[in-house]
Design a protein around this ligand. Structure first.
Ligand code: ASP
Length: 482
């Protein structure tokens, strides 16, 4: 990439223009969330119940926005991770990866512990019966061990093209004419089910990036290709992002129209709902900023404020993966090193889901309380471990946590169908936990960037002619010419 394409764009007027432009979008997206809520509630209470088709029409513009974002996920994820790792030498990549993984692990475990403390003190499931709350959902019988083995299998996809569309999973089939047979005696079958195997793609990209980094001169053409691809995706993101206020507006309005009577549902699941929300707020605005402060001696809140556009999009879409392009763009604009952003965000959007981990632990113990199942200390430890694994395994898509919850339920001896108990409020909790998931990824990236500053300044740039920030400036220039 030649430097002649990159012009300096730091004139005061253009900086001012950029400031107004980016804040206007943030403001409009937040208006989109509240406006969508208001419209949804207004239409919902306007007489006749809405048919599925009518809701589909209202959701349609939001759906188009979501499809545009989703379309960017695979090319952006692969090119970003590969080019970020390929641009660093192996020891530097290892340092950044280690910092990110320690942060992800610490925050996820603290989220789970917080969830367990809250659910065992508030006891939202005490004195209620599970039967009155069951909803409808297709569930699948699985053993925890199968889910964990599938998680690891998916890290190593047999075919990388197939991994862009399908995931592997084990299916247990009851033997013919058998009743009351334990799950361990079911027949083991395997299948590829629809949905991108993001974990496998992340793994492949890390290995490919490390390999390109090692190839030095010989790896240059491939590195340049992935770098250009990643920047092209970011330029497309900066176009798509202008639709986010409208997209979020219609997605939220349609979701509210779909829901059952909120007052009725909250009456039954109110305490459970409150427990999860309190946990998310304490984790997002207490624990994480504390960890951030301890590591960097800086306050996290100004950064959280600057990420409002990202948080509103996460709330509107209910998907960390779909929000990923917008998160990367926001952190670029905050001046983070692209070599950190392009690695830490895609990996975080895939495996670091603190909100989901907290919710999994709370939900499983809540259901056990409803069923009057006494939980030993061993059970609680098993819930913590499986809730962490379930959050890693959950895809960054709406309500993926509900699917991996089956594994956490299994550890306390509860059947898979019991997820239907919490289904009525799950769509709303999903939006809140996605917002916290994305916020934690963003703050993690800033933390890793601050901690890695010195190392990065002295690190040689492998395989790349352009300085990392030049690539970001190139994008600004492209945007301004529109
Ligand atoms: N929707 C969440 C996310 O994308 C995952 C979940 O908790 O269901 O981060």
């Amino acid at each position: 990439m030649s430097n002649s394409y990159v012009t300096s764009s730091s004139k005061p007027t253009s900086r001012w223009k950029r400031f107004v432009k980016s804040n206007l979008l943030t403001f409009l997206t937040i208006v989109g969330v509240f406006g969508g809520t208001a419209l949804g509630l207004l239409l919902k209470n306007s007489g006749e119940p809405w048919t599925e088709r009518e809701v589909m029409y209202i959701q349609y513009p939001g759906d188009l926005f979501l499809r545009m974002l989703k379309c960017l996920i695979v090319p952006l994820l692969v090119s970003s991770i590969t080019s970020a790792i390929g641009s660093l030498d192996l020891s530097m990549s290892k340092k950044i990866a280690a910092r990110a993984i320690i942060y992800y692990f610490t925050t996820t475990v603290s989220a789970v512990i917080l969830g367990i403390i809250l659910v065992t003190t508030i006891r939202p499931g005490s004195g209620q019966s599970a039967e009155s709350m069951k909803g409808k959902a297709a569930t699948r019988q699985v053993l925890t061990v199968d889910t964990l083995l599938d998680l690891i299998r998916n890290l190593f996809p047999p075919n990388i093209i197939q991994a862009t569309m399908f995931q592997f999973r084990t299916v247990l089939v009851a033997p013919a004419n058998a009743t009351d047979v334990p799950l361990t005696e079911y027949k083991i079958k395997s299948e590829f089910t629809e949905g991108t195997n993001v974990l496998g793609m992340v793994m492949f990209s890390i290995v490919l990036g490390a390999c390109i980094g090692k190839m030095r001169e010989a790896g240059k053409p491939l590195q340049a290709m992935f770098e250009t691809m990643s920047e092209a995706m970011m330029i497309i993101t900066s176009w798509v992002i202008w639709i986010s206020p409208l997209g979020v507006f219609f997605l939220v309005a349609a979701k509210l129209l779909e829901m059952a009577s909120f007052v009725e549902v909250l009456g039954l699941l109110g305490w459970y709902f409150i427990t999860v929300i309190v946990g998310l707020v304490v984790h997002g605005f207490g624990t994480i900023p504390l960890i951030f402060f301890v590591c960097t001696r800086k306050l996290a809140y100004p950064y959280i404020g600057k990420m409002s556009q990202v948080l509103a999009t996460a709330f509107g879409t209910g998907s960390s993966s779909a929000t990923m392009p917008i998160t990367i763009r926001c952190l670029d604009n905050l001046g983070m090193d692209p070599r950190v952003t392009r690695f830490v965000i895609p990996v975080g959007a895939t495996i670091n889901m603190d909100g989901t981990a907290l919710y999994e632990a709370v939900a499983a113990i809540f259901i056990a309380q409803l069923r009057h199942i006494p939980l030993s200390f061993g059970h609680i430890v098993a819930v913590s471990v499986t809730a962490t694994a379930a959050s890693i395994g959950a895809a960054g898509i709406p309500q993926a946590g509900l699917i991996t919850m089956v594994m956490v339920l299994d550890t306390v001896g509860l059947p898979a169908e019991d997820v239907t108990i919490i289904i009525a409020v799950d769509w709303l909790l999903d939006r809140f936990r996605t917002t916290i998931n994305v916020m934690c990824d963003g703050l993690g990236t800033i933390l890793v960037d601050i901690l890695s500053k010195k190392d990065l300044e002295s690190a040689p740039i492998n395989n790349c002619d352009a300085e990392p920030h030049e690539l970001v400036e190139l994008r600004h220039d492209c945007n301004e010419k529109e």
